[in-house]
Design a binder for this molecule. Sequence first.
Ligand code: TMP
Length: 208
Amino acid sequence: MSGCFISFEGVEGVGKSTQLARLEDTLLARGLDVVVTREPGGTPLAEQIRALVLHNRSEPMPDAGELMLMFAARAVHTENLIRPALARGAIVLCDRYTDATYAYQGGGRGIDDALIDPLATLAQRGLWPALTVLLDAPVAPSLARARARTGKTDRIEGEAVAFFERVRARYLQRAADEPERIKVVDATGSRDEVGARIDAWVRPLLPS
Ligand code: TMP
């Protein structure tokens, strides 16, 4: 596999989409083959699974159902979009990947890592990002920004601040456990200030 797989993580409203778009522009300006995608989703089928797992409905979604739908979407996305893009040499910028499952379903919902690990093995068949950019900032202002932006909340966005505090803590724990892959980037500051911090981690992975 010759391309480069980079994921972006962080709680809602921390600026992932803004920074993904900025990096996409930078890479396109260099004439690189860039694919921007997201999870859950990224292909028509995986986007249908996204709608299943994120939309609010009257029937409750058990945590186990949420976990397995995240991985169902991931398996589809990984096989149908990410692997083919990497095989042709593209740079894949993915808005969330499996670290989000450990953070939200593990840290947020309390599902044991020992239950998540085999699903990750099954869905990803060994594929992990070369670099994961963890955008980190205090939860409350980030959440307020996300909620103000969309005007309505999906099933997970509607959780209490304490849920997102647990998500953030788990993300930071994963970064501490895997410092080579997961880089914590201070997400406070202007678009370009944060972008420059990200560029410093991405640059060594790019063709010279
Ligand atoms: P987003 O596109 O706004 O980031 O929304 C995706 C939501 O799904 C967000 O609340 C995080 C959540 N999520 C999980 O709970 N587990 C996962 O594995 C992924 C990829 C996302």
